[in-house]
Design a protein around this ligand. Sequence first.
Ligand code: F6P
Length: 341
Amino acid sequence: MRVGVLTGGGDCPGLNAVIRAVVRKGVTQYGFEFVGFRDGWKGPLEGNTMPLGIEQVRGILPRGGTILGSSRTNPIKIDGGVDQIKANLAAQGVDALIAIGGEDTLGVATKLDELGVPVVGVPKTIDNDLSATDYTFGFDTAVNIASEAIDRLHTTAESHHRILVVDVMGRHAGWIALHAGMSGGANGILIPEVPFDLDEVAGWVESRFRSHYAPIIVVSEGALPADGELITKDQSLDAFGHVRLTGIGDWLASALEDRTGKEARASVLGHIQRGGTPTAFDRVLATRFGLHAVDAIADKDYGKMVALQGTDIVRVPFIAATGVLKTVPIERYDEVRPFFG
Ligand code: F6P
């Protein structure tokens, strides 16, 4: 059997660990051959491939990014895109595909599966917002990076008696802000699921200063003020219809300065959260996902995504993962409220 592998969407620490596991087990246990498709769905769309064997995956376990490259290309939006993909898979002699990606990449996989393309999915996103899996790999790494940044920002905030706003990734879901804010001891956490009241946040800041400590407020890039709009760089959309989020941290720092009269600074962590080597947790999760994805291919159990449930890796239909986003439940947010202010 010849299997194509691609990685789509935003890159994420652990992608290479999945690729390595897929190839190592696929070659040694099942005698599969592999071909890498470059840059997400752009690869099969344009027939752009690279060799993918034991040789190519040697030494990549701890490496961030993806040796296959990635993109946010959406073949469904391109006229004749699906037919082009089918033709290129046939031309390459590919019997089945492993698509490693988040909501958008697996959304395309869902569509292709419905159209008869044999595909198995592996969930990936630092945002941790895919349903049906307890965690996606990359999330733990992002949380650790953000948490370490918060530790560092505490000391500078205190030296200067400043408010420090930490702007973290999370377009629709506040998991990174929630976990990094909890582990870093933030005095306020703002997430997309719960629109925030600026007066309340200013109140937390003032109460923190009264106790002679400097406040740290962690904000998800997709958080929005209760009486305002999403803060975006511009209104341009990517191929999956997402606006480019940026600016909430600076906006919030300046609004808090105006309200409290205290100096504020914003630190935007951005792509630092997605780069570099994965944590041990993410390496193990990504490796297990890869091993189980190749088993699903061997079983011809297509249209499924591997998922972590408890400590088990299971297979779920694509739609269970992509139908509804896994956002932060209000009870999880309420749990951390005692630390605000
Ligand atoms: O893929 C998830 C994510 O990291 C989001 O948290 C963030 O909004 C987005 O990607 C950033 O996208 P890009 O890398 O294309 O700027």
